[in-house]
Design a protein around this ligand. Structure first.
Ligand SMILES: NC(=O)c1ccc[n+]([C@@H]2O[C@H](COP(=O)([O-])OP(=O)(O)OC[C@H]3O[C@@H](n4cnc5c(N)ncnc54)[C@H](OP(=O)(O)O)[C@@H]3O)[C@@H](O)[C@H]2O)c1
Length: 245
């Protein structure tokens, strides 16, 4: 079967992103574009996944790199059917700065993703989908977030300023920003009459069927995306290392 759809996945070289691109690359009809900050590892992975794999350098901690990555995608790739904003990080403190002087967690988990999405919207295929990978930490409750500090939403200029504080709280707050981004994108594109209408969806990683129920965080009350989907727990199918969007 020839290539029919293209998925661009950020943070493709480890963890959930790696599991995602492996699964997509093994699925007939998909071209996968790896957006990675370590090109050496990206090249090795692209070689492993096969000839129908694209590669683009992306450091979300640098807005210049995000712009270069978006320009590269526009110049060398077909329209993107699914943009998976998976890359993210958590650091111990909130006084570390990105290349642009922004608080690192907010910069990588939100600002970089936001700019990449804005720049790639014209590059999305008709009916394209933007999937942001959230987490349960934005809920800020013991039942849904575990013993994690609550997010503390403030003026984005404050959130973008490196300052003393907990890296975990910065992480939870950045994941709340991820939800806001996805919901706003969904709101703005819902009911669009444009042929380029886009669907946005924010999901915590789905848990494989092999994960004992007691170890799975609750997703009740998870935000719905424009198409009404909700973070789901697959009852069967993917192997333990594979996420399901
Ligand atoms: N694991 C969980 O339990 C869990 C739970 C809730 C939500 N999440 C979310 O799931 C997503 C993936 O997490 P994971 O567990 O797979 O983490 P991971 O194994 O640490 O992978 C994170 C990915 O993000 C990339 N990355 C980090 N900083 C970057 C930057 N500045 N620019 C570009 N890429 C960058 C990393 O690149 P390198 O490969 O070069 O390091 C890596 O590929 C994240 O958004 C995370 O917040 C995870």
């Amino acid at each position: 079967m020839g290539t029919t759809r293209t998925a661009l996945v950020t943070g493709a070289t480890s963890g959930l992103g790696l599991a995602t691109v492996r699964r997509l690359a093994a699925t007939p009809g998909w071209r996968v574009v790896l957006a990675v900050r370590d090109l050496r590892r990206g090249r090795a992975l692209a070689g492993e996944l096969g000839p129908d794999t694209g590669l683009v350098a992306l450091d979300l901690a640098s807005l210049a790199s995000v712009r270069e990555a978006a320009a590269a995608v526009a110049g060398q790739e077909p329209p993107v059917d699914v943009l998976v904003l998976n890359a993210g990080l958590q650091v111990t403190r909130s006084d570390v700065a990105s290349a642009d002087g922004h608080e690192l967690t907010f910069a990588v988990n939100h600002l970089g993703n936001y700019l990449l999405t804005r720049l790639l919207l014209p590059q999305l295929a008709s009916g394209g989908r933007v999937v942001t990978v959230g987490s349960g930490t934005h809920f800020g409750t013991l039942r849904k977030s575990g013993p994690y500090p609550r997010p503390r939403w403030e003026d984005p200029r404050v959130l973008a300023t490196p300052r003393e504080g907990s890296g975990q709280r910065a992480y939870a707050t950045s994941k709340l920003a991820t939800v806001y981004l996805s919901r706003e994108l969904a709101r703005r594109t819902r009911g669009s009459t444009s042929s380029r209408s886009t669907r946005a969806c924010c999901r915590p990683p789905a848990w494989p069927a092999t994960t004992p129920p007691a170890r799975r965080p609750s997703t009740a009350g998870s935000p719905r995306c424009s198409s009404g989907c909700r973070a789901r727990r697959p009852s069967s199918g993917p192997p333990a290392s594979s996420p399901t969007w």
